[in-house]
Design a protein around this ligand. Structure first.
Ligand SMILES: [Zn+2]
Length: 342
């Protein structure tokens, strides 16, 4: 009898062990499943190249990544912009497209003469045309930008709105080419003006129903405000740059008061897209455009590949059609690229 009892206990132990083993294997299987990534064509619809990185270095990073096309706008010296772009284009064998920078002549410096800044954009456009560059649009227009006190950028900040003289003038230039208007607003860093900016975005979207407006860095927007924009416009969309955990680590910055602290994070602690944002994307697949927006040298050199992989995983969690549109299809349509998104 005792023997049988021991045997039973042993069996129970064994079956527990088997259950434990199965659970372990299954949960492991699950995590490998979560690593499914979106393998289709990926476009980075806005990145920047400045003086801290060479053409060779940027080209190397672009060539080392599986981003199909990178839209580039230049920082730094006005005179070198198209020359630099052409060099990168050559070294990457055409993996880049040109966005004419709107900020090279002090556009976002509030003390700078706005007319000079506007002339600077027109000069750059002329420079691109003279150099036979088929530009696809213009880089982000800085409407609001928190002050920076950083070794890589010292900057007093600017807080304009869509009715400001220089913003209207810049938008007019973009309108002439019938390409998307990319706006950089900071609805979180300038929370006190977010209602005004929100109303103006809806107003301009409806006033120009045939134009496309793209809000860089998700406009640092709150979820409800994003929904509000979708409900009230058809042509105001979001660019996903600076909305992942890589840029949202703001605590240190907040303490030091060194730069923007308002970047939003579309991801939860497990690095999955938050459910509400994921649903919003699936319900509105045409309203998001993927971009990384590398700005400084370390954005290109550190974690770039990792970030692309991170986003490919996020895209894989969306409906297939949604992922393909955000990764490639929407940029293809809005910038009239005429490429094939695979
Ligand atoms: Zn920006």
């Amino acid at each position: 009898m005792l023997n049988i009892m021991f045997q039973t206990i042993k069996n129970i132990k064994n079956s527990y062990f088997i259950i434990f083993l199965l659970t372990f294997l299954l949960s492991n299987f699950k995590t490998t499943n979560a690593e499914i990534i979106y393998n289709g064509t990926l476009i980075d619809a806005h990145s920047q190249v400045g003086i801290l990185i060479s053409n060779e270095e940027v080209s190397k990073e672009i060539n080392n990544n599986d981003v199909f096309l990178t839209f580039l706008s230049m920082r730094g010296k006005h005179e070198n912009a198209t020359k630099r772009y052409k060099s990168i284009q050559k070294q990457t064998q055409g993996k880049v497209r040109y966005l004419i920078s709107t900020k090279l002549k002090g556009f976002a410096r509030k003390k700078r003469d706005p007319n000079e800044a506007i002339r600077g954009i027109k000069d750059l456009k002329r420079q691109a045309i003279n150099n036979k560059i088929k530009y696809i649009g213009f880089g982000e227009i800085i409407v609001q930008h928190a002050p920076h006190d950083h070794e890589k950028l010292k900057y007093e900040g600017i807080n304009l709105d869509l009715k400001s003289y220089r913003i209207k003038k810049a938008i007019d230039i973009v309108f002439k080419d019938d390409v998307p208007v990319i706006l950089h607003v900071e609805m979180n860093d300038y929370e006190e003006d977010s209602k005004k900016i929100l109303d103006q975005l809806i107003e301009i979207g409806n006033e120009y129903p045939n134009k496309i407006f793209l809000l860089m860095h998700m406009a640092q927007i709150e979820f409800e405000e994003a929904k509000f924009i979708f409900e009230n416009t058809k042509n105001v969309h979001f660019i996903t740059s600076h909305s992942d955990p890589y840029r949202a680590k703001n605590e240190k910055r907040k303490r030091l008061g060194k730069a923007q602290t308002g970047w939003i994070n579309l991801f939860n602690k497990k690095n999955n897209l938050k459910k509400k944002w994921k649903n919003l994307m699936n319900e509105n697949p045409n309203r998001f455009v993927f971009a990384i927006d590398n700005v400084f040298d370390h954005h290109w050199k550190k974690n770039y590949k990792e970030r692309v992989y991170f986003w490919r995983k996020a895209l894989a969690s969306l409906n297939k059609n949604t992922a393909s549109l955000i990764a490639c299809g929407n940029a293809n349509t809005y910038f009239k690229l005429k490429i094939q998104c695979k």
